[in-house]
Design a protein around this ligand. Structure first.
Ligand code: ADP
Ligand code: MG
Length: 571
């Protein structure tokens, strides 16, 4: 379930993202490609020179020194180019990956908070943690090797074909055998290596636990039994290791068989071609050497296949996050001031029993609706849905009859528990609108009656490590943020904690002032707050059970009336 919350890109999409990044760096990309091709091509020089040398030996005249120098030169060139190309590929890959990583982190930071709540522990962490690390490792270690091996195989095959197609074809008889050997080995080796790791882990665990518990072991004179456990685990780990060796030996035999059969085929066909005068002995030698060169890189490709595949899966998951719409950059288009709000057929659950069931709730433009209900009724969840922090399982939120792409741009939320950010008071309020002037910040604070803030000084450091603010004051800061952000719709989740009644009254006034002129839903724990709203909606077990003005509901004598009586009796 968590996996579905964050999208995964297709392989094709991931390919396009990488290609776009490469196209944005034409010079580095073409230089890297050119170097890689040259490095693979340089590997063809030595077999060619050796072939010529064999022909010279065959003719029995001339000197061999030019061949020796050429061979040494080829070895040096090939080594330098291979190293250079590995560095360039790793660097280019790392550059592209860095861009992608930036995007992943950026998008993760802008995920709607409700999505974050649900995936933070699992999926998202593994995306920004494991996936990024896996791709990074593949880019610096596997990618240069795999790219080099792929190009080498390709160019060697081309070289073989160009030399003589009959010799090339003869060598191909080995390939099916070779692939069969690998396909025999790979599925057998992975579980054995895994079992070996487990067995070794168990062996050290038995050792460590015996030593750690040595006192107890002595006390019960239980040494012999503990020794036996350790011995037993050691024996089984050794058995598995020997099994791995046997498997590898068997695999080696299958590989060699494939290679030597192919080599024999090349030389056998070469024998007839030389006899008929079609090719020289040197050409057959070159073919045999080229053929031999295929096996190393081919094996590397097949061996790293799993790693490459899993890095690919990680890449696709990274691109999925990187492709999320950029919430920060999305223009925060505002609807008309005071839009009509409609919650239609909202249903939700957090994986357990339903928390909201088919809730319909309409707010007229500029209306203040109080939402009341027992703890656990679903009030905060419904507030989260309207504020765009939570995608409901079913249902829709409409503003002026239209669905909205990003509710958060239209709806300001003051949640039940306000987080005061570390920094100055002014910084905290300015979160809502970073470009607000000091005068605007002061005005917002005054609107919500937070005279104490200006008295304390806007530079006062609050939050972590700063002055601690009481809960009502923190709520006032959040209300000031709302005023500064000036959204057409407001959602207030009143703090559950009972403030001293004088302070609570101030806070109610502040809430009224902050939401004046906005279409507002206020989750009211203090029913005096509900009484001051235009309309009251009662939620019970996720359903709307009563709806009307305070006076109507008190008159009706239902659930709200009982709540009101109890509240009033409290004084
Ligand atoms: P209220 O605000 O009316 O007290 P809530 O909307 O907070 O109600 O919660 C409604 C129900 O959903 C409760 O049973 C609560 O335990 C459950 N709930 C709320 N948030 C979560 C969550 N993040 N994960 C799982 N269950 C939740
Ligand atoms: Mg709540």
């Amino acid at each position: 379930m968590t996996d579905q919350l964050l999208p995964v890109a297709t392989g094709r999409r991931a390919g396009r993202v990488v290609a776009d990044e490469l196209r944005a760096r034409p010079l580095a990309a073409s230089l890297t490609a050119l170097t890689a091709v040259c490095a693979a091509a340089a590997g063809l020089i030595a077999p060619t020179v050796l072939g010529r040398l064999v022909d010279a030996v065959d003719r029995g005249k001339g000197t061999i020194w030019p061949f020796v120098w050429a061979l040494l030169g080829a070895a040096l060139l090939s080594a330098v180019l291979t190293g250079l190309s590995a560095v360039l590929i790793a660097r280019l890959g790392e550059t592209v990956l860095a861009r992608l990583r930036e995007k992943v982190v950026d998008r993760a930071l802008h995920l709607p908070s409700a999505t974050l709540d649900r995936v933070r522990g699992g999926d998202l962490l593994s995306r920004v943690g494991d996936d990024v690390a896996k791709v990074a490792e593949a880019v610096t270690s596997a990618l240069p090797q795999v790219a080099g091996a792929g190009l080498t195989v390709l160019l060697t095959l081309v070289g073989l074909g160009a030399l003589d197609w009959r010799l090339a074809l003869a060598g191909m008889v080995a390939l099916p055998l070779y692939v069969t050997a690998l396909r025999w080995y790979l599925p057998r080796s992975a579980p054995r290596y895994a079992a070996e790791r487990v067995a070794m882990g168990e062996r050290s665990q038995a050792l460590v636990s015996s030593v750690q518990g040595a006192d107890t072991v002595h006390a019960y004179a239980d040494e012999a039994r503990h020794r036996a456990v350790v011995d037993d685990r050691s024996a089984s780990a050794l058995g598995i290791t020997l099994g791995v060796f046997r498997l590898f030996t068997d695999f080696g035999w299958r590989m060699n068989r494939a290679e030597y059969l192919g080599l024999a085929a090349v030389l056998g066909v070469g024998f007839f071609l030389v006899r008929s005068g079609d090719v020289t002995v040197g050409a057959v030698t070159t073919a045999a050497l080229l053929f031999h060169r295929l096996f190393g890189p081919l094996g590397l490709l097949l061996f790293t296949f799993d790693d490459v595949q899993s890095a690919g899966a990680s890449l696709v998951r990274m691109v999925g996050v990187a492709d999320l719409p950029d919430a920060a950059a999305a223009p925060r288009v505002r609807t008309a001031a005071r839009p009509a709000v409609e919650l239609r057929g909202i249903g939700h659950s957090y994986g357990g029993p339903p928390v909201l069931v088919d809730v319909d709730l309409a707010l007229a433009p500029g209306e203040r609706v109080a939402l009341v209900g027992a703890s656990g009724a679903g009030k905060t969840t419904l507030a989260g849905v309207l504020a765009g922090g939570l995608d409901p399982a079913v249902g829709q939120v409409l503003l002026d009859g239209e669905p909205v792409a990003d509710l958060r741009a239209q709806v300001g939320l003051v949640s039940q528990e306000v987080h005061v950010f570390a920094g100055s008071l002014a910084d905290d309020v300015r979160l809502a609108r970073p470009d607000a002037t000091d005068a605007e910040v002061v005005a917002a604070l005054e609107t919500v009656g937070a005279g104490w803030a200006t008295a304390m000084g806007l530079d006062t450091v609050v939050g972590d490590g700063g002055r601690e603010l009481t809960a009502p004051r923190a709520q006032q800061l959040a209300l000031a943020r709302l005023v500064l952000a000036d959204p057409p719709v407001a959602v207030l989740d009143e703090a559950t904690a009972e403030a001293g009644s004088a302070g609570a009254r101030d806070l109610e006034d502040a809430a009224l002032a902050a939401t004046a002129g906005r279409t507002t839903l206020v989750v009211a724990h203090r029913l005096t707050q509900a009484a001051r709203a235009d309309r009251v909606v009662v939620l019970a077990a996720g359903r709307v059970v009563e709806e009307g003005t305070h006076a109507e509901l008190v008159e009706a004598g239902g659930r709200y009336a009982r709540l009101w009586t109890a509240w009033s009796a409290r004084g």
